[in-house]
Design a protein around this ligand. Structure first.
Ligand SMILES: *Cc1c(COP(=O)(O)O)cnc(C)c1O
Length: 382
């Protein structure tokens, strides 16, 4: 058994990251300023999109975009139930109705085929998720959205550096990235809104800071414009320079991080192929570049004679941390009690929700760590 606990995720924080944050502290300008602006610009360059807005989280980005798009009572928003709860919570809080599309059994992603049965004349918006670092099949989804006049926002929380058909996720359309500590790069907490719609970028920029017509920082004046007025009621979701400095430093290493994640994932794939009870996710049938945010397996519970939760518990007892990404949202208490959701509605989502488990995957892991995980899986399955 391992002597030390292997968490399922751990951010890669370097001396350069620490120095970058300390520099901001020493500068005495700690809230949104030059670093946040620089982070937005570098992120746009990396993604290849015309503009980005740095925010306190991806959840904040989702909140703002629902508001900016005018989503409210009577509107239906199509999204998977196999997602993080924040998206669905915000749809409900906006007074709109979430409509859940089922997913592909082996990529965990919605497609134009699974979205189609969810369309109604109340549908306004589709929010697909690029799952685990892979990419959803956006071609047919974009075509469908364009034909039906629907809006589209991509949940790219897992997808910094992911490519779909040779194009980086976030370059086309509107996407939201997350920099939560488990994501591929971190700012502590943080998110980025990217769009090629200039009007939408302007709205988000305004809404993230009280609805004032200025940014949090007047780049010429080195301070706020005291005369700025509220143009529409907004929120307080601006990313601080402390966080942005960490983001800039991390962004410089994102390709290195993702390459390491890929190497580790390939080792997992190879080593796990001999374990019949374990089914990793599949690559989609179209060309992608995977950023390997998560390494997800499904436990064949029937064959293993063991439930997923018990499997995770046994791994933990042997010093291996694991995660669940995600428990189906539609089966969570609020949604069954208040929104009439029940088991049987989304077969592949439910099948995966009962069996998925995320294995440790982060850039500072070693090949030996992967081998420890695989060895431990074999032990707990006998
Ligand atoms: C992490 C995550 C989010 C939310 O990101 P935050 O920055 O924590 O708000 C949204 N969607 C998915 C799929 C995520 O994994």
């Amino acid at each position: 058994m391992r002597k030390t606990f292997l968490p399922f995720s751990r951010p890669a924080i370097s001396d350069a990251d620490i120095a970058a944050v300390c520099d901001v502290l020493r500068s005495k300008w700690v809230t949104t300023g030059q670093k946040a602006a620089e982070f937005e610009n570098r992120f746009s360059d990396y993604i290849g999109c015309p503009g980005s807005v740095a925010l306190t989280s991806a959840t904040a980005g989702m909140h703002l975009v629902l508001q900016a798009l005018g989503i409210g009572p009577g509107d239906e928003v199509i999204t998977p139930s196999m997602t993080w709860v924040s998206t669905v919570n915000l749809i409900v809080l906006a007074g709109a109705t979430p409509v859940f599309a089922d997913i592909d059994r082996d990529t965990l992603m919605v497609s134009s085929d699974t979205i189609k049965p969810c369309l109604s004349d109340r549908t306004r918006l589709i929010i697909p998720v690029h799952f685990a670092g892979s990419a959803a099949d956006m071609g047919p989804i974009r075509k469908m959205a364009a034909e039906k006049g629907l809006m589209l926002v991509e949940d790219a929380a897992h997808a910094v550096g992911t490519e779909y058909r040779g194009v980086r996720v976030g370059r086309e359309g509107t996407s939201i990235f997350s920099f939560h500590p488990i994501k591929n790069i971190t700012t502590g907490e943080g998110g980025m809104f990217c769009s090629n719609d200039q009007g939408l970028l302007d709205r988000i920029r305004r809404l993230k800071f009280h609805g004032l017509g200025v940014d949090a920082y007047d780049r010429d004046m080195q301070g706020r414009s005291p005369q700025a007025q509220v143009l529409e009621p907004g929120y307080k979701y601006n990313l601080t320079d402390i966080s942005a400095a960490l983001g800039l430093s991390q962004l410089a290493r994102v390709d290195q991080f993702n390459a390491k994640r890929t190497e580790l994932a390939m080792r997992y794939r190879e080593r796990l192929s001999e374990i019949d009870e374990i089914l990793p996710l599949a690559d989609p049938p179209y060309p992608i570049k995977h950023s390997w945010h998560l390494f997800i397996i499904r436990l064949n519970t029937e064959r293993a004679g063991l439930g997923r939760d018990e499997f995770m518990e046994r791994m933990k007892q042997r010093n291996i941390g694991t995660g669940i990404h995600f428990l189906a949202v539609h089966l969570q208490r609020y949604y069954t009690e208040h929104m009439g959701m029940r088991r049987g509605m989304l077969p592949y989502t439910e099948w995966n929700s009962d069996r998925i488990c995320s294995l440790p995957l982060f850039p500072d892991m070693t090949d030996d760590d992967v081998d420890d995980v695989v060895k431990t899986i074999k032990e707990v399955l006998v």
